[in-house]
Design a protein around this ligand. Sequence first.
Ligand SMILES: [Zn+2]
Length: 395
Amino acid sequence: MKVAICNLGQIVSGDWHDPFVAGDTIVTDGGRIVSVGTAQVDDADVVIDAGGMTAIPGLIDSHVHVTFGDYTPRQRTVGYLESYLHGGVTTAISASEVHVPGRPRDPEGVKALAIAAQRCFADYRPGGMKVIAGSVILEPDLTAVDFKELVDKGVKLAKAGFGAVATSYDYAPLVADAKAAGLITTCHTGGSSIPGSGAITGDHLLKIRPHVSFHINGGPTAMPDADFARVILETDIALQVCTAGNLRTTLLCARLAQQHGAFDRFIIATDTPTGSGIMPLGMLYTIAHLSSLTEMPAEQFICAATGNNAKVYGLDSGFIAPGKAADIVLIDAPDGGTQHSALAAIKHGDIAAIGAVITAGIPRFVGRSRNTPATTRQARVVRSRVTQDFAAPAH
Ligand SMILES: [Zn+2]
C-alpha cells in the first residue's frame, strides 16, 4: 500500500543535529518511507491531507513494562499498548518481563521467559504498535554460553537490576558477558524497587558499564546529583530519563548532557506501567516538561524520544527519511490553547495533540486520538482506494 501525507506544515526529522526536513509531503510504500519533501501523490492508494500539521517520527518508548499480550498485571488493565499508540508511541521496548506474575528466577527460567516474550511479540502488533520484547533478567548463574544461546535465538536485550546478586557490583561480569555475546545491556538506576537490594548509583554504573542507564533520573528515586556528571563524562552509557521518575533530575540530566556534548545519548521513555500507573501520554508529557522548563527547543526533545532511542537500540525507525520504517505521527497545537503550532505549544508546556498515527505504512487512525486533546487543524483522508476509512473507533 502506497500512502502519501501531504500539506504538512513542518517535518521533524528525528535527528537533533539537523531537526527539520524541508517540504510538505511524505510518501510511504510497503512499510517504508520512500520520499520526504515534495512529491506527486497521484498514484498513492491513500492520500492524507495533514491540513498544515507537523509530522514527527513515531515516538519510541524505550522503557515499557511489557508482559504477555496487551495486558499489564501491575495495573490489571488490558489494551494499554493500544492506548499508548493513541499517545503517539509506535514502538515500545520492553524493560524486561519482570512483571509477569510468579516470574522465574533460575537461569533456564529467565532464558525461557525472554525467548517466549520475544517470540510472542515478533509479529503481534497491538493497535499497530511494534513491541520489542524479550529482555533477559540477569541472574548470577547465567554464563557466556547462555547469552550466546539467547542471541542465537533472537533475544536482543538484557536487564540488570532485579537479580539475586549479593551486591549490585556483581552485575559487572554478567553485563560484560552479555555485551560480548551481542546483547544490548540495560541497568536499573537509583533507589531500589526491590526491598533490601540497595540503590544503584553512579559508582555502580561506572563499574557495571551497561549500554543504557534505565531511568537515570530515578525510578522513582534519583541517585546523588553529583553522579550525573560522572556518568556523562566518564562513560558512554546512554542516559534514559523517564516520566515516572524525578522531574528535577530529568532537567538536570538534559542540561548536563547538552553542556558536555552528550546529547546523542540522551533518550526519553516512560517507565510504565508501574506503580505510577498507565501513562498513554507519558512521552508527550516528558517532551513538554523538558521543552518548557529548559532553554532547548521542542524539536530537540522530540528527537531524543525518536532518533536517539533508535540509534541506541539499533532500530530501523525513529527518523523521517527514505528507507526508514514508515512510523509517522501527525501532531498539532491542542484545540483551546494559546499557541498556533505543535512545537510552539510544546515549548509553552502544553502537550501536543495527535491527528494521525501511521505504523509500518498503515494509517492506524486519522482524525481524533482517543487520548490527547483535539487538534487545532484537521487531518483528513482525501482519497482511499482501500476499503477502510481509518477513523478512530467512537468513544
Ligand atoms: Zn522500570
